[in-house]
Design a protein around this ligand. Structure first.
Ligand code: DAH
Length: 354
């Protein structure tokens, strides 16, 4: 083995190393020089043919070539890996200065909006919000409200009834049932001031009636409560909800659970009382039923009618929503059409996603 051959391999290796442009080529060189039949491997196996006195210098020369390969290989591999990593990092950079996608927030349903408006108003007047169940007993929905079985007032409140062992139960047709519950639950028979918003059910279905709708009930029980309190409260309530210019009119009426009973009209907010299609040319719109709590009801619910009086009122929340928001058909309120509901978003509640 001549030194020439060693030099030749060394030179070839240096040239090859200079030409390394890819990791694949670098690995091919590893096979070429250090593989089973690699050039450096072959040099190793030739040691045995070398005369003893030259073995040492030959061995050193081979080692030098191997070291040259190994150090260059390691350096170049490291450089390739670094380059790869840098490329990856560059392609995955996150620009944290980009504005984020705006989140589209939902909007409250018009019935939620109107319910909250009523609740806020009455809470500000010292009332508490009371919620009763939608499945009620015949007793609570009718009998204890002075509407015994067979009473004609039941006709206007025909509802949905449960079957078999629950045949005494029904879907409440009026939130007035909450009056009974609130009075009975008040075991110490103390004064009461509640509003009860909630769903009620009836066998009706057309543009202004739905089989399910919402009412809000009010009940005040105390000593020395009079019709003047009722009038003052309802006038204030109508003005706050429908506008300060609203005029309020009380007409005698009949409800089995109040005596005397009144129906409350407000001046038409569309034509300001001049007469239009909304108020059917009368200038007035009926909005509430109310009255002084009937002594029979007080008695049946455990209050002493000689000591306590009360007034009560009930109104349809859907009707108020329809008036306030100009909704022509009650069925759209319960249709779950997002295009309808979205219209009630407050401006600052909605952001666009682009
Ligand atoms: N519950 C009645 C209805 O659904 C409305 C009503 C009238 C409620 C008079 C009252 C009231 O509390 O005093 O038609």
């Amino acid at each position: 083995m001549s030194n020439e051959k060693l030099e030749k391999i060394k030179k070839e290796l240096q040239e090859d190393l200079q030409n390394v442009k890819t990791e694949t080529f670098l690995n091919e060189l590893k096979v070429k020089y250090l593989g089973k039949k690699g050039l450096i491997t072959e040099l190793n196996s030739e040691i045995k043919n070398i005369p003893n006195e030259e073995k040492k210098s030959f061995g050193m020369a081979v080692n030098e070539i191997r070291n040259l390969f190994n150090t260059s290989y390691d350096e170049k591999l490291k450089a390739f890996k670094e380059e790869e990593l840098n490329k990856k990092l560059a392609s995955e950079t996150i620009d944290i200065t980009l504005p984020s996608k705006k989140i589209k927030r939902g909007s409250l349903h018009p019935m939620t909006l109107i319910t909250e408006e009523f609740e806020d108003l009455f809470v500000s007047m010292g009332y508490t919000v009371y919620e009763g169940p939608e499945i009620e007993s015949d007793e609570n929905c009718f009998q204890k409200l002075n509407i015994p079985k067979g009473h004609p007032a039941r006709d206007a409140q025909d509802t949905f009834y449960l079957k078999d062992e629950f045949e005494n139960f029904l879907l409440r047709s009026q939130t007035s049932t909450a009056q009974v519950r609130a009075m009975e639950e008040n075991v110490e028979k103390k004064p009461l001031r509640i509003v009860c918003p909630g769903k009620v059910y009836r066998r009706d279905e057309d543009a202004t009636h739905s089989h399910q709708f919402m009412q809000i009930e009010g009940l005040v029980i105390d000593e020395n409560v009079s019709m003047a309190d009722l009038k003052g409260t309802l006038e204030l309530f109508c003005k706050k909800i429908l506008g300060e210019k609203t005029e309020v009119r009380f007409r005698p009426s009949y409800f089995p659970f109040t005596e005397p009973s009144v129906e409350v009209d407000v001046s038409c907010f569309k034509c300001q009382g001049k007469g239009c299609n909304l108020c059917k040319q009368t200038g007035w719109i009926e909005v509430l039923g109310a009255g002084m709590v009937h002594p029979n009801v007080l008695q049946m619910c455990g209050y002493d009618p000689k000591k306590y009086q009360g007034f009560a009122f009930g109104t349809g929340l859907d009707r108020f929503a329809m008036f306030k928001y100009g909704i022509p058909d009650i069925r759209t309120i319960y249709g779950n059409d997002i295009r309808f509901i979205e219209q009630f978003a407050r401006k600052d509640d909605t952001y666009e996603i682009k």
